[in-house]
Design a protein around this ligand. Structure first.
Ligand code: 0X9
Ligand code: ZN
Length: 269
């Protein structure tokens, strides 16, 4: 999503569907694009965001796994890559990035759900995303990856118990996002650094993006909190995505505000 070719324009990256069975995630990417195209110049928040940054949207990072959940096994998580000397299939793409790769919270066993792969970025999906982010890291300010479920807004780190260098900024952003969701939709989202909020999980895209210098890096876990789990019914899609949209807006607007005051007066558009 890009309005013009102004030099120095910043950007936000959003990917969906790293994990095959988390169907609300690709739905969010599509709803986000539809909302942006429908409400630019109608809604002041999305207008301000798109006036200030490009948005790269990857609707399905794991297409083979996603297709497999539609055709063979609804609860599949990993990609579908084959490995020699085992009949087990697939790598957990969110354990395949180079952030304390394959330490506690990931598994070297190809038969496990959290298999980290043969080496960091061994998979075409994670390699392609890592290459794109590496080559655009100077313009990309925000990295956002959409998962489900459990209603959480996660900040680095998940790959260690360390606190991110800009922890208080990040924490304030997810706190505000969760408060906004609560105020608008009465839904509860918890928030905090991954390792302390859910579990240690190395090799994730959010920590990796953070470490290459994308200092506003987030994982969202969308609805629900376990009633339907991954099998969220179609009637809940719009509501779940509206909540995530409020969170995206809160964070993007805050980043725009911070980086504008840091770099000088507002550009006129
Ligand atoms: O474990 C994960 O990969 C994510 N949870 S999920 O239930 N969707 O699988 C959480 C990812 C948090 N970030 C990192 N572990 N880096
Ligand atoms: Zn996931």
């Amino acid at each position: 999503l890009s309005l013009n070719n102004r030099p120095n324009k910043k950007a936000m990256w959003i990917d969906c569907g790293i994990h095959a069975r988390e169907w609300i995630s690709p739905a969010f990417c599509l709803i986000f694009v539809h909302y942006s195209l429908s409400f630019y110049n109608q809604n002041p928040d999305i207008t301000q965001i798109l006036n200030n940054m490009d948005v790269y949207v990857m609707p399905v990072m794991n297409p083979d796994g996603y297709k497999y959940t539609w055709t063979k096994n609804r609860m599949w998580r990993k990609n579908r890559s084959f490995k020699k000397n085992t009949s087990c299939i697939g790598v957990d793409l969110n354990r395949n990035f180079d952030a304390n790769w394959c330490t506690i919270g990931a598994s070297p066993d190809p038969c496990e759900e959290i298999y980290c792969g043969a080496f960091p970025e061994s998979e075409p999906e994670s390699l392609a995303v890592a290459n794109f982010l590496r080559s655009h890291k100077d313009s990309i300010q925000i990295y956002l990856t959409i998962h489900s479920y459990s209603q959480m807004l996660i900040i680095p780190y998940s790959c260690s118990m360390d606190e991110a260098e800009n922890h208080s900024d990040l924490y304030e952003m997810v706190k505000q996002a969760a408060e906004n969701i609560r105020r608008y939709y009465r839904s509860v989202y918890t928030y905090g650094p991954g390792a302390k909020t859910i579990y240690l999980a190395p090799g994730g895209s959010d920590d990796w993006a953070y470490n290459i210098g994308i200092k506003y890096s987030f994982t969202f876990e969308l609805q629900d909190r376990g009633h339907y789990g991954f099998l969220l019914p179609p009637s809940h899609i719009q509501g779940a995505c509206n909540e995530a949209l409020i969170a995206v807006k809160t964070i993007a607007l805050k980043v725009i505000e911070k980086t504008q005051t840091a770099t000088g007066p507002r550009e006129t558009v």
